[in-house]
Ligand binder design. Structure first.
Ligand SMILES: Cc1ncc(COP(=O)(O)O)c(C=O)c1O
Length: 402
């Protein structure tokens, strides 16, 4: 009845593609029980979609790889920001999850994820107080430090609270943060090992500049070169009689490179769960496109206007996709569509060479340029198989960049 009323009174544009009245969709969404009841055509757009088959294939591939190489896998949660995905990875064999920041780790802990490694140093009294609180909740959490003052501050807070904080020394391997490899890092490890409130967990070395180096051979050469200092530092620490059980690092781009560097014990890739256009462009071991992992993450939009025969406008713009890359989102399932930014809320499509027609109300799905910052734009993601929506996950650590 309601449906007939709406159909009769509203312009077709609002209802194109809808399968059931919104009030039904709303109650299914609220119930959380989607299976067999909800299609992607029912979702309000823009919507963040995760293809569950592709996600599971990516997880299985990385887990099998690490198992075969006898490496621990602690995937970076900064990509998905979602405790349910972290738990799916742990169920597949991961030892835990990395978090970029303290607040991201807090969100994972709240969501029941253990084995956390915070890959950025925790600096300042308030944050260290929170670090101690997190360690009480999840005692296996590992914190990174790259200077003696931070190690001393962590130790003081841990000692006065009566807890031990696991610490990894963050090494500078040409990318961003960290202490110089070799003597300076070994000396800091020795200092940390002597502090009663700390437990030396090992070393972290993240070479982000190597991850995205174009061409497999060039990437391999760079990663092997910069990670050598990290491996050597671990040897120096162990030679001084201090156990250094962990050397963690690596990324999606170097997962099949760092695994063969003797002395690395653990990989912390993130983007492989979703993949993005940026990563596809770096080139794989077997060709010019890196296709070891599938594009599982897309943004679903709706055509909201068709100003001319060869132009359409979708309801996803600067607020629906990250915009930090020089290439645009790519339409899935239609060839020859050129996307350009149409402002905050809109994307413009040039259809002059499109392989099929698009009309107002049609849905268009896009593979995204850069996954991490795109995920951070959404409160939820919808897990889909084909056209069916199976579940929805909160992006619980959205905005957790503190
Ligand atoms: C410290 C650290 N480790 C691992 C990763 C994962 O890298 P990727 O998403 O390229 O796999 C990142 C990503 O920025 C990172 O900052």
């Amino acid at each position: 009845m309601l449906r007939r009323t709406l159909l009769g009174s509203a312009p077709a544009i609002l209802l194109a593609g809808a399968r059931r009245p919104w009030r039904e969709v709303e109650s299914i969404l609220a119930s959380g029980d989607f299976k067999g009841r909800l299609s992607v055509d029912d979702l309000p757009t823009p919507a963040l979609l995760v293809d569950l088959d592709a996600l599971d294939a990516n997880i299985a591939r990385m887990a099998a790889h690490c198992k075969a190489k006898k490496l621990a896998l602690r995937p970076h949660g900064k990509t998905h920001k979602c405790p349910q995905i972290a738990k799916r990875l742990i169920a597949a064999g991961a030892v835990g999850a990395c978090a970029a920041k303290l607040s991201e780790a807090e969100a994972f802990a709240k969501g029941g994820v253990g084995g956390l490694l915070i890959t950025t140093a925790v600096i300042g009294e308030h944050k260290i107080e929170r670090a101690v609180r997190l360690a009480r909740l999840k005692p296996d959490t590992i914190f990174c430090a790259d200077n003696a003052q931070n190690a001393a501050d962590l130790n003081a807070a841990a000692t006065s609270a009566g807890v031990k904080l696991n610490v990894a020394i963050d090494l500078y391997v040409g990318n961003r943060t960290g202490i110089k490899t070799g003597e300076p890092a070994a000396a800091l490890a020795q200092t940390a090992a002597k502090l009663g409130g700390l437990r030396l967990a090992g070393l972290q070395a993240y070479a982000g500049h190597a991850s995205h180096r174009n061409g497999f051979e060039a990437r391999r050469a760079l990663s092997r070169e910069v990670m050598q200092g990290a491996v050597e530092t671990r040897r120096m620490i162990e030679a001084s009689g201090i156990p250094c059980p962990m050397l963690t690092g690596g990324s999606t781009g170097t997962y099949n490179i760092d695994c063969d560097i003797d002395g690395i014990t653990e990989l912390q890739p993130g983007s492989f769960v979703f993949m993005d256009i940026d990563y596809a462009r770096i080139g794989g071991a077997d060709g010019p496109v890196f296709r070891d992992f599938k594009h599982s993450l897309t943004v679903l939009t709706t055509v909201v206007s068709k100003p001319t025969d060869s132009e359409a406008v979708v309801d996803g713009g600067l607020k629906a996709f990250s915009t930090d890359k020089p290439f645009p989102p790519e339409a899935r399932g239609i060839d020859g569509v050129a996307f350009s930014w149409g402002g905050d809320e809109h994307g413009k499509l040039n259809l002059a060479k499109a392989s099929k027609a698009l009309n107002v109300g049609d849905r268009v799905e896009f593979v995204i340029p850069h996954c991490d910052p795109t995920v951070n734009l959404y409160d939820r993601m919808y897990g889909v198989r084909g056209r069916q929506v199976e579940l929805s996950w909160a992006v619980a650590a959205r905005g957790m960049s503190q």
